[in-house]
Each structure stands twice: as structure tokens, then as C-alpha cells.
Design a protein around this ligand. Sequence first.
Ligand SMILES: O=c1ccn([C@@H]2O[C@H](COP(=O)(O)O)[C@@H](O)[C@H]2O)c(=O)[nH]1
Length: 234
Amino acid sequence: MSNIEQKKVLIALDYDNESAALAFVSQLSPDECRLKVGKEMFTYFGPQFVKKLVDLGFDVFLDLKFHDIPNTVAKAVTAAAELGVWMVNVHASGGTEMMSKAKEALSKYGDKAPLLIAVTVLTSMDQAQLSKLGIDKTPQEQVLYLAKLAKESGLDGVVCSAQEAETLKAQLGNEFKLITPGIRPAGSDAGDQKRIMTPAKAIEAGSDYLVIGRPITKAEDPAKALRDINASIS
Ligand SMILES: O=c1ccn([C@@H]2O[C@H](COP(=O)(O)O)[C@@H](O)[C@H]2O)c(=O)[nH]1
């Protein structure tokens, strides 16, 4: 398996203990995965933690899902770029002006700019939860609608579930990146995830990157769990 194929897995480092997270990371190579830092670890351990991972040579996806007025989000993604992260995200429901301003703010970093992607419909949401929000569309329709706005705004891709990947690749083209959480190896616990798929099926459907947390970090042997997943998608 080439390094490029191996690096399709983005491990969600959702730990409340920095030493435990770093002990796990010390078993990994930047050649076999990328790392995702989300709201929990960022809130506990801050930008210094992100910097540590970047300095260890890992590509880091800073998953803070910014959602605010255009000026604030443009400044927030700039702060992310200053940390040297590989990817950062905003919520597509923040609108096209917000997304375009964020993308524009990153242009000064040239080819060092992090990829900018937009969250569409959280993978923990199903049809019933969308309806409760007053959205009268299927998750598939709503994801496609928001992904089109993200593409129009110049973003590099979206966060969606692998269940929407085939449609999005067909409608938005191969270059537009699909980052898919809600990945569950066969037999593993779905937890709070609703729109799920196995790693191999997700890649087959068109996912570019798989976000995987608990199936790896809560496994008896997390490093082996990653190796097994990488083998299953090679
Ligand atoms: O729609 C989304 C957007 C982000 N996430 C994040 O991905 C990981 C998934 O972790 P698992 O343990 O594999 O469920 C987690 O950090 C979420 O915040 C998502 O799940 N869905």
C-alpha cells in the first residue's frame, strides 16, 4: 500500500487527557494516518496541543466547525493557518458570504494554505432530526444542497456521510473532497452516529478521507485497529 492510500484515515483524537493522547500518537507514524483535533481536545489543551502534533510531522485537521459572522470566521481560519494545520472547517449553514470570506482570507498562504471544507449535515443526524429542525428534505438532499453552496463559495470539499458520497462525487466532481465521519468497521458500535458505513464501502462509494475516532481510540490495541482498517481499504 502506498503512503497516499494509507493516509486516507483521519484519526479523531477525542481524549480528555493529553498524556494519553500523546502516548497513543507516539505509536503512530505520519505516513500511516492524519490526525483530527476537535472541540474537546482544543478546549482542554489549546493551540499548543495542535502545534505539538504539527511539530511531530502529522497533517492535522482542526475540526472546530466555525459558524459565525464572515469577519469572525475569516479571522478564525487565519489563526488556524498560523498553526500550520492541513485542514480546517466551517459550517456550510453559515452561508456563502461567510464561506467565501474564509476562503479569501486563506489565499495569502498560497500553497501552504490549509484545505477549507464545510460541514453539511452532521453524521449523527437522521431524517427525523432534520424534520425537527424544520428542514423538509432528506439528509441526502440537504447535504447536496449545502455541498453545492460550499463548492460555489470556492471551498475544497465538505464533511458528509459516506452514504452521500456517490451522489456528491457524481454531481460535484472528483476534485471536490469528501471527508466522511460515521465510519464503523463491521460489528462495531455505532454510538451516536446515524449515517454510517464501513471503511471499505466508504472508499468504494467515493470518500476521499475517513474520519474515525472510537473504533480506533477505544480499541484494545488502537495501533492494530488502525493497521487493520488501513489493510481493509488498501
Ligand atoms: O458530521 C460530523 C462531523 C464531525 N464528526 C466528528 O468526527 C469524529 C467521529 O468520531 P467517532 O468516534 O468515529 O464517532 C468526532 O470527533 C466528531 O466530532 C462527526 O462525527 N460527524
